[in-house]
Design a binder for this molecule. Sequence first.
Ligand SMILES: [Zn+2]
Length: 290
Amino acid sequence: MLINDFPNNYEIIVNPELPGTGKWGVPEVYIPQGFKPKTLGGHLILRINVDQQWQVWHVDSDENSEIWTAPDPDRILIAGVEGALYVSLKDPSDIIKFKLYSLNVRSVKEQGVLLLNDYFRVMALDSSGIRWQTSELVEDDMTIKAIDGDRVICSGFSLSNIDEEVKIVLDTSTGAVLKDTTRPPKKSPLQRFRTRLSLFRRGKSSPKPDSACEVCGFYTFFSDERGRYLICPVCFWEDDEFHKNPDEPCDGPNHGISLNQARKNYHKFGASRKEDVPHVRKPRPEEIPS
Ligand SMILES: [Zn+2]
């Protein structure tokens, strides 16, 4: 399979029809498998036009391998289960090997980046080669969940607790872990009020909060700003987009407590955590469900 996401200086056909005479009549190149032990017997044929000249490549790789065009317009990535070969079309002996077991590839075209991950880490290729690679970020099962422009959102099992699934956010351009900066800067109540007032004046929003807090049940949020880590003024729960399971512990300002625990705390102390009692206020009349 060919995934042709980046512009390049060649034309490529994966597994073309065999010629009737048994001869290609063009230069043939053998690309050896880069990985040992060799567990994947297979053969892939590529017909490639480089500089107006057709070549046939015999690639010692699994037939299910994926061929990716790359941010470097003169290279292809041959991705198999055990890893990838990053091969120069101009000089097929120039092969960079990436040993990444259970390799997964994603492209971020807008950023000119190809992302590769195995069970533990992520790396990014750009037009000049390896742009960055992370250390082992998770104990197992690293998965790229989403690419949101300049952020790569991953999940996996925590290095410190294999039973805990963690979410890790990486900066697409540097690979830096942005766990904390994924949260938009907190706005003060006055800044929020001004934004709200300006939206209302422009006819873009309701003047009243219209979305109930999962913990205290009062209407303290606006539906168009849910999941943006705003804090409920009545119970001090942080509105976090990631947690759908009420028994899953929440990080950040929710301090590892689950939604259900926060509800119990609110009924007992009047805040989602006992420590936050001094910060909360009573619900306003417009926040009380009718
Ligand atoms: Zn609340």
